[in-house]
Design a protein around this ligand. Structure first.
Ligand SMILES: Nc1ncnc2c1ncn2[C@@H]1O[C@H](COP(=O)(O)OP(=O)(O)OP(=O)(O)O)[C@@H](O)[C@H]1O
Ligand SMILES: [Mg+2]
Length: 460
């Protein structure tokens, strides 16, 4: 039930109002002066304030200002005596909802209070809706509202309009490359044609080749019948070449040919078959580096990189962490019939500061696990996996080694890195000193000394 604060210096009026409001089922709190009123609203949730403008020596208007300073959305109805209507108008300017004149009838109080509370709850709902609306559901599956991901959504929308441009999607593992590829297909005119996906890293060279290009009967011993390849299957639609960075260099030449000539020849075939397929390639490798290392053909790289789309790591998109978190909580608590609803402030801080090396996929898995295991409504630090509650980790190696004019204490820096490694190793080995010393390739004695020096713990 709603709680109403009555502020009036006259006991008779306070009691009168209490009675009227309680008979409507509201809970009431009374205050005699501004101070008591301020204390009341700082100590508890109040839905509505009935404030007498004439509080003896005190100015009701000043009390109003201070109340709204503490609680800017506070709903206030002014009670005004004869001759103070001007002040009532002043009060409206200061944000009061309405005013009522003394003497008042119980009916008038019932009505004005009910209307005010209804308006308030509508406003609250609208605010909530607006907040939810800020979650961008790009597709049913892909969400986000960070400037970075909104830019990705724009790029996807834009490129989907251009039916054949080749797209290269890069980004760390789990950042949503596949979702992005599917979204491009979904928004394009090709959406009712096939979306064919192949993982270039999962098949040995010869299988991948025959999967992609197909073969004619008798092309090799096992080719008992003719088989269409996936590039052909994707005709009219989209071919998604996942983990393109793993493709064997000899196959890269053949793929390059397909992209340039827009036709294919089945293995053992003599005829070129025209194809109209959009190719989307994805990789979590740095292809530029792979080109430098001669593991990836430079010409293919440029042929693929017509429209580059980069999915930034999740740790650089804090807004998305919060949104994905809520999105997965809703999804998995529904799926597993659990009541998990929110995240404590402390747990949220840890989640926001965590590095998320596995990006959105890792976040999804963590929430899924919590929803399966948990019987509580809140996600608190003790429900989080250790790697998240541990000390915050630097966001990148580069940041770890950053140096500026202020300089740094080299010995301290190195010591802190050393401490971090030992802490991790102890964690991995269940704090077993023998195993840890092998893992870090240092003598046991040295390890013990360092454990003591850095005030780490072990079980030995
Ligand atoms: N923007 C997003 N909105 C909702 N879920 C997302 C988003 N990005 C990623 N995910 C989640 O993360 C999972 C992994 O995404 P996806 O398979 O697209 O990543 P990837 O970049 O292809 O990873 P990998 O490089 O490991 O193949 C998805 O199944 C989805 O649950
Ligand atoms: Mg993928």
């Amino acid at each position: 039930m709603e709680r109403i604060l009555i502020v009036d210096d006259e006991a008779f009026i306070r009691e009168n109002l209490e009675r009227v409001l309680q008979s409507d089922g509201y809970r009431t709190i009374s205050a005699e002066n501004g101070n008591e009123a301020l204390t009341a609203i700082s100590e508890q949730e109040v839905d509505l304030v009935l404030l007498d403008l004439n509080l003896g020596a005190e100015s009701g208007l000043e009390v109003l200002s201070s109340l709204r300073e503490i609680e800017p959305n506070l709903l206030v109805i002014i009670i005004t005596g004869y001759g103070t209507v001007e002040s009532a108008v002043e009060a409206l300017k200061l944000g009061a909802y309405d005013y009522i004149k003394k003497p008042f009838k119980a009916d008038a109080i019932h009505l004005i209070v009910r209307l005010a509370l209804e308006t308030q709850s509508l406003k609250r709902e609208m605010r909530q809706l607006r907040r939810d609306g800020a979650t961008h559901h790009f597709t049913e599956e892909m969400i986000g509202s960070s400037p970075q991901i909104l830019q990705v959504f724009d790029q996807i929308r834009e490129v989907s309009k251009h039916g054949t441009s080749t797209v290269l999607i890069t980004g760390e593992s789990g950042t949503g490359k596949e979702l992005a590829a599917r979204a491009i297909h979904k928004y394009s005119e090709r959406s009712n044609q096939p979306f064919i996906e192949i993982n270039c890293g999962s098949l040995p060279l010869n299988l991948l080749e025959s999967e992609l290009f197909g073969y004619e009967k008798g092309a090799f011993t096992d080719a008992k019948i003719r088989k269409k390849g996936l590039i052909e299957e994707a005709d009219g639609g989209t071919l998604f070449l996942d983990e393109i960075g793993e493709m064997d260099i000899s196959l890269q030449v053949k793929l390059l040919r397909v992209l340039e000539e827009r036709n294919i020849r089945r293995i053992g075939g003599s005829r070129n078959i025209e194809i109209d397929t959009r190719v989307i390639a994805a990789t979590n490798r740095d292809l530029k580096l792979a080109v430098e290392d001669k593991e990836f053909r430079e010409d293919l790289y440029y042929r693929l990189n017509v429209v580059p789309i980069f999915l930034p790591p999740l740790r650089e998109r804090k807004e998305d962490i919060t949104q994905l978190l809520n999105f997965f909580i809703k999804r998995f608590s529904k799926q597993f019939n659990k009541q998990v609803k929110d995240v404590s402030r402390q747990a949220l801080d840890m989640i926001l500061n965590y590095r998320w090396p596995g990006n959105a996929r890792e976040l999804r898995n963590v929430v899924e696990r919590i929803c399966i295991m948990s019987s509580s409504v809140h996600i608190t630090p003790d429900t989080l996996p250790k790697e998240i509650t541990g000390e915050p980790v630097n966001t990148s190696v580069k940041e770890c080694f950053s140096l500026n004019e202020t300089g740094l204490n080299l010995e301290e820096e190195i010591a802190s890195i050393e401490k971090e490694y030992i802490r991790k190793a102890l964690q991995m080995t269940g704090a077993n000193v023998a195993k840890t010393s092998r893992l870090l390739q240092i003598p046991r004695g040295t390890l013990r000394y360092k454990i003591e020096k850095y005030e780490l713990t072990d079980t030995d």
